[in-house]
Design a protein around this ligand. Structure first.
Ligand SMILES: [Cu+2]
Length: 201
């Protein structure tokens, strides 16, 4: 359509050039100038409102999560350290893999509040479990106990194994920085804790 209009303009509007008449001028047209000032202003304000509201909600920490998980992202895998009822389990450490089911597995109970604390010793990574509809950059150098490295979510109500990945290009094996989150019922989670507790540090 654009090409057709260009061709049409080239063919039918070349002869008039000789007349050198100015087209209708719209400078100092107050209604139009107000319109193109106010419309973008309103649009940006609306976007800003929803962004500010949602980013505030996403940063809320209840301070009373059911499970705490320390997530260490490194080139190129993950280390998960789970703490439940004051008990810290042995960390789960992964290696670069090409299938998320082969990556490190984070076991969590369904429908519970989980507080994640993110840490990176090297470059920026991004913790992403697509099914959770949540993603957060793992930025090195944020001091401990800083709110910027924590977030809280409530896990899905559906047991299953969910793919997780790094969502920030972080080096040669970025695409193999895969992991999985296994959501289980509370009873099964308790059992998991019991089996892991023996090797707790
Ligand atoms: Cu990464």
């Amino acid at each position: 359509m654009v090409i057709a209009l260009i061709v049409w303009a080239c063919i039918f509007h070349t002869k008039r050039r000789a007349k050198a008449e100015l087209p209708p001028q719209v400078r100092y047209n107050l209604p139009i100038e107000m319109l193109y000032t106010l419309v973008p202003l309103v649009m940006v304000s609306v976007f800003f409102f929803f962004t500010a509201r949602d980013s505030r909600d996403l940063e809320v920490l209840s301070g009373a999560p059911d499970v705490k998980v320390k997530v260490e992202a490194f080139q190129w895998s993950w280390r998960f350290t789970t703490t439940v009822d004051g008990k810290t389990l042995k960390p789960v450490v992964g290696q670069p893999v090409s299938d998320y089911t082969a990556g490190p597995q984070l076991v969590l109970p369904v429908g519970k509040k989980i507080e994640f604390e993110l840490e990176s010793p090297d470059v920026i990574h991004s913790f992403w479990v697509p099914e959770f509809l949540f993603k957060r950059d793992v930025i090195p150098g944020i001091p401990e106990n800083n709110k910027g490295r924590k977030f809280e979510i409530t896990t899905l109500d559906k047991p299953g194994t969910y793919a997780g990945r790094c969502a920030e290009l972080c080096g040669v094996d970025h695409s193999r920085m895969l992991f999985n989150v296994k959501l289980v019922k509370q009873a099964e989670f308790d059992q998991y804790i019991a089996t892991q507790a023996g090797s707790a540090q």
